[in-house]
Design a protein around this ligand. Structure first.
Ligand code: ADP
Ligand code: ASP
Ligand code: MG
Length: 471
């Protein structure tokens, strides 16, 4: 009779969870504990702050600065070496230190290349900016081995196949799933815990890509879905998904259970606790995703699953916000049909691959108003000016106006559906604080209601609505 397989848990650890030697050792303990009850696959981020340092070094090198990246090199070497010195056995040090030195040489070669040609391409940036994950996975695997646990660092460029949109690549699941299964199941059969680099993947030709900032959460669910994991645990520095960003609302508290749709909506609208695409890979297989706190592991955390949970209160469940947005207002005269105006506008957003954060319209007045991220504004505006060039010249049939420094505040909850008066209460709460609402939008699915306010008002607006609904 074959021994029944233990369930598989994918454990992903974020940057603060692997920030220094003590934290990494703690991570190894959490993995070791779990591995006694389940098979475990680990996905790790770079040590906290390392990705920012790598990007800064590359940018400065490309500007021709020869000093900045050398300083970063020293700091990177120091931080990683300190972990190796403090927690690895002598034999693990003997293999890990040369590997770290090799990675530092890669860093040096890349940066000196950037400073010579005074350029860093998105493709080269991906290789450099995800080196932190290669270093942290090397260390975590070595720490696990140091405490007698079979583990192997695995570079996700060998698992996750993506398109070639460097900086924000999309996985090709048909290629990724069998590749990930083949490589990691072989380790599982031998009882070896894989420690996979988060954030990075590779094109079919093997060129390194990244999944966008904060993308290690996404790596966790990509790996979890490919292996058909029983659960995915995302370890971070807060107790779970909270009713609001705890940095904006200190009284925010943990939500025990939320649905995939609520989590997807929250992360799309700026809740940094999850990368916006994290939930996509697990929906079909209905794999539960838990958010847990490495600093407080006894707290159960938040369960993200197919349903909103029976303990979910009716109405608003969480508030989130995007504070760096701009509103674009397109107006046409009667000679320009509203449908034409809208078709051209959305065509532009599609081509520029820009997220639309909210949309309001007045078909009678031929006015369409939508919000985009600050980072997308320049591209979208230039595209709109091109496609409306004739209308703008010709009798002023169309005009484009931009309102900068806008924030989008979003109320989220599956159970808001059919609960009347929620938007009105939020409206009044903002009115009492003298916060002007620039625009309001509610999707027909009624899982979210969005308000545009001035960016300077965002903290107060989120607090006011959080207080109004007693979250
Ligand atoms: P990691 O490095 O573990 O990936 P992140 O910094 O990316 O962690 O995400 C965790 C942070 O997300 C928290 O420290 C918190 O400040 C922020 N955050 C924003 N909105 C929320 C929310 N609704 N619930 C929990 N955390 C949130
Ligand atoms: N290290 C990467 C970043 O800082 C990915 C991640 O942490 O999720 O963006
Ligand atoms: Mg993160």
């Amino acid at each position: 009779m074959t021994k029944p397989e233990k369930p598989l848990i994918v454990m992903k650890f974020g940057g603060t969870s692997v920030g220094n030697a003590e934290r990494m050792q703690h991570v190894a303990e959490l993995v070791f504990d779990r591995s006694r009850h389940a098979d475990v696959a680990v996905v790790v981020s770079a040590m906290g702050g390392v990705t920012d340092m790598l990007i800064r070094a590359a940018t400065e090198a490309a500007r021709g600065d020869r000093e900045e990246w050398k300083g970063v090199r020293q700091e990177l070497a120091r931080r990683h070496r300190e972990v190796a010195d403090k927690v690895l056995t002598a034999s693990e040090q003997a293999t890990t230190l040369p590997r770290l030195a090799e990675l530092m040489t890669d860093f040096e070669n890349l940066c000196s290349g950037f400073s010579l040609v005074r350029e860093v391409t998105p493709r080269a940036m991906d290789t450099l900016s995800s080196l932190g994950e290669v270093m942290s996975s090397t260390l975590i695997a070595a720490i696990l081995r140091s405490r007698g646990c079979a583990a192997e660092a695995v570079d996700s460029t060998e698992l996750i196949v993506t398109d070639s949109k460097f900086g924000n690549a999309t996985p090709l699941f048909e290629e990724t799933n069998p590749k990930t299964r083949a490589r990691l199941s072989a380790l599982r059969r031998r009882g070896v815990i894989p420690v996979v680099t988060g954030f990075r993947g590779a094109t079919e030709d093997g060129l390194c890509t990244t999944l966008g900032r904060g993308g290690s959460d996404y790596s966790g669910t990509i790996v979890g879905a490919a292996l058909d994991a029983a659960e995915i645990w995302i370890w971070t520095d807060v107790d779970g998904v909270m009713t609001a960003d705890p940095r904006l609302v200190p009284s925010a508290h943990i939500i025990p259970e939320i649905s995939y749709r609520e989590a997807a909506e929250l992360s799309f609208f700026g809740a940094k606790v999850l990368h916006p695409k994290t939930i996509q890979p697990v929906i079909k297989q209905r794999i539960p995703v838990w958010i847990k706190n490495t600093f407080n592991p006894s707290c159960p955390g938040t369960k993200i699953g197919p349903t909103a949970g029976s303990n979910g209160r009716a109405g608003v469940k969480a508030i989130t916000s995007i504070s760096k947005a701009q509103l674009i207002t397109l107006s046409g005269t009667g000679a320009l049909a509203f449908a034409t105006l809208a078709a051209k506008a959305f065509g532009a957003l599609g081509v520029e691959e820009a997220d639309t954060l909210m949309v309001t319209q007045s078909s009678a007045d031929n006015v369409l108003c939508f919000a985009v991220h600050d980072a997308d504004l320049k591209r979208v505006k230039a595209h709109l000016e091109r496609v409306f060039e004739l209308e703008m010249l010709h009798d002023q049939r169309a005009s484009i106006e931009v309102m900068p420094h806008v924030a989008i505040v979003v109320l989220i909850g599956e159970n808001m559906k059919g609960t009347p008066g929620l938007a009105g209460r939020a409206f009044s709460a903002l009115g009492r604080r003298g916060i002007n609402i620039i625009a309001i939008a509610q999707g027909s699915s009624e899982i979210s209601i969005s308000f545009a306010v001035k960016a300077v008002d965002v903290k107060e607006a989120v607090e006011a609505i959080h207080g109004e609904f007693q979250l």
